[in-house]
Design a protein around this ligand. Structure first.
Ligand SMILES: NC(=O)c1ccc[n+]([C@@H]2O[C@H](COP(=O)([O-])OP(=O)(O)OC[C@H]3O[C@@H](n4cnc5c(N)ncnc54)[C@H](O)[C@@H]3O)[C@@H](O)[C@H]2O)c1
Length: 271
């Protein structure tokens, strides 16, 4: 679906690993809406994933950057501005990883080196990315920056583990940096809190199928897909949402405001 909402706009998209990635869909939807984009991911992901295919589909240059490395981020923003012949209009941060989740450490037996690494990759990287862009003055006035979050930042989902704290930090950075970047340059910063989605990062969480089905049954509209998330991102990159900033925006088919649904009642009444 294209309404050319991003015609003439230039963006950087972090985190497309394969065709299931939310960032992959955002890249396609942004280009379908007239944007010119640059793709980036960690060097190892560039070797392992299929981002080159996306690059050709989107006619996009791919610039490697480990999002925890300030020098990689500086190179990314500088090279992007050269490529675009000007500043950037939108940025998507679609990055998440917990070593404790990967190594199956329970929340009551966390490894703190793993915790620090996961925090850096999933959340501090959002601040690093914003600080680099801010110092380089790399984003146009009324530009839009988005991070992707999950409702475990507000409510406990036991197996989401230390990713819950990472998402809380991410959402807080959107508010705090949103203040400073809004004041200085009218750049808006928001997070989208997305439904469980079948991706590499998502399915790495223990019990993910149950998360997914439960959310689908509770949400009056069912889970929001990655494709729908991409459309929402495009609307938030567009000029139609110029004054939306410092928000955590639920994109979850109504999950966050539902106590119980008829589907779940039916499930238990059958017992
Ligand atoms: N899948 C879900 O259920 C779900 C729900 C809500 C929010 N999210 C969030 O959406 C975002 C995207 O995840 P996804 O579900 O599309 O999974 P994904 O696995 O496709 O994407 C995660 C990306 O993070 C990248 N990454 C990891 N370490 C990096 C580093 N050091 N530098 C740069 N990039 C790095 C990976 O290479 C990968 O491309 C994440 O923030 C995730 O937490 C996912």
């Amino acid at each position: 679906m294209s309404h050319n909402l991003l015609k003439g706009k230039k963006g950087i998209i972090f985190g497309a690993l394969d065709d299931k990635s939310i960032a992959w869909k955002v890249a396609l939807e942004s280009v379908a809406n007239g944007a010119e984009i640059i793709l980036t991911n960690a060097p190892i992901a560039l070797r392992m994933g299929s981002i080159q295919n996306l690059g050709s589909q989107c006619n996009a240059k791919i610039i490697p950057a480990d999002a925890t490395s300030v020098s990689d981020l500086e190179n990314l923003f500088k090279t992007s501005m050269e490529e675009f012949n000007g500043k950037v209009d939108f940025v998507l941060h679609s990055i998440g990883m917990s070593l404790n989740v990967r190594k199956k450490r329970s929340y009551t037996d966390l490894n703190y080196d793993f915790l620090m690494k996961g925090l850096d990759v999933s959340a501090v990287s959002f601040h690093k990315m914003l600080q680099v862009a801010f110092k380089l003055d790399a984003i146009n006035n009324f530009g839009s920056v988005l991070g992707l979050s999950y409702i475990a930042a507000q409510r406990t989902f036991p197996d989401y583990n230390d990713m819950a704290e990472n998402k809380s930090y991410l959402e807080s950075v959107a508010r705090s940096f949103g203040y400073h970047y809004g004041k200085a340059k009218s750049v808006r910063i928001n997070t989208i809190s997305q439904s469980p989605t079948m991706t590499t990062a998502g399915t790495g969480v223990k019990g993910f199928d149950a998360f997914f089905d439960y959310a689908d049954k509770i949400s009056p509209m069912g889970n929001a897909s990655a494709e729908d998330c991409a459309k929402y991102c495009v609307s938030l990159f567009s000029d139609y949402t110029k004054m939306v900033t410092m928000q955590n925006l639920f994109h979850d088919g109504g999950f966050s405001n539902t106590g119980i649904s008829q589907d779940v009642v039916d499930l238990f009444e059958k017992k």
